[in-house]
Design a protein around this ligand. Sequence first.
Ligand code: ADP
Ligand code: MG
Length: 453
Amino acid sequence: MTRLDSTQWRDMMSYLRDNHATICRQWFEQLEPVGMDSGLLEIQTSTGVQQNYLQKRCLEPFIEAAQAVTGNLVGVQFVSEPTPKPKLNGSNGAATRPAAGAHEVGHDQMILSPDYSFENFISGPNNRLACAAATAVAEQPGTAYNPLFIHGGVGLGKTHLLQAICQQILNAHPDFQILYVSCDAFMNQFIECVQSGQMNEFRHRYRHVDMLVIDDIHFLANKDRSQEEFFHTFNELYQNNKQIVLSSDAAPSEIPQLEERLVSRFNWGLVTQVGKPCFETRIAILKAKAQLRGLDIPEDVIEHIAKRVDSNARDLEGAVTTLQGHASLQQRKIDMDLAREALGENAAPRTNQITLQHIIDAVTTFYNVKLSDLQSRRRHKSVTEPRQVCMWLARKYTRFSLEEIGGYFGGRDHTTVMHSIKTVEQRSNNDAQYGSQIHQLDDQIGRLQHGAG
Ligand code: ADP
Ligand code: MG
């Protein structure tokens, strides 16, 4: 067999829709099977970003679909341009230059999702400035705003905007060197390179790019050596007019234990916030998410969700995913009845958002204290310790601000919360027994979030 015939391809697509509905996107329609050599099905994508994304995130379901349809053990490979067919040597074009988007600069490079483009980003009063700034940076990297610093609560589109910038630049300039990593990856690579004596490689990797994009930079809090290294990376890139884009859950001055010199540098360019979407924006986001997935969601269902889910765009998307899953599983069309069944009257999405209550339940049980103690002014060690742990967990798992967290735990101000967070982190590092208790609680809450609870 050298090709999949069109019926088989259609069957493969319906297999995916029936069995893996939530990964399916409208743009899958542009995919094309281009060849089948020695049991390897090649699927052509329109862009390098699509190719990389499908190869890294969706390979298993595609292999499963291909095998179900052909009845054979076939492999799947995504390509972004027709692979030159080498007649004599068997290298199969493997040495061709990596496609745009497959830019393998560091091994922990984040994978760009084709969903996260400017086209798919809904701009509203809550994020208009951030969106405009991101667009300006994508059009004129290194000159418009440098650095661009986007901050806000979870699920409000920070990662989406960062990726939209990367994708727009790569579309216009496929050779533009972008390094897009999470703050964790930056810190882990740094530590690894220090330990293995590969600091030259580390510096080369981070300082010889056209644009450095780091997601969730607030994780630098308390990490003195990583901050120091980042400071020098920043300076080097900045001096060479290379673009820097950062996201964070808090404004620079609100990140606990961030060196003053970094705070001031983050403020050199543009600091802009993304906020909660208003009703109209929520409607528009829901419609965009439905369209992206090729779903027909009636107006009344859209409104039903938009009225009830007012937290953030991630929860709105979660509601759409849940609906899609139910519709596909039960082979039903999406209507109000299905929405009520799938989402409940309250349309609370099943994304296991961690609440303060989850944290309080876990901590009060663990330390055998009462909530009223945690909220009191008492300063005995038996209550300050669990109170600090609550604040640390609340910071990590909820989108409450430092002020809100402080207010909840006995009307304390944000510097107290910052101090508590710092204490927990330092003590976890220095006191193994304490560290393991924190780890245990962290793990317990983390599992709730990931649906095991
Ligand atoms: P953050 O990084 O701020 O926590 P993300 O960028 O990961 O949030 O967004 C969470 C989800 O919500 C993503 O699927 C993203 O596409 C979607 N989203 C957030 N804001 C918007 C928006 N303004 N328009 C469309 N989708 C959005
Ligand atoms: Mg994010």
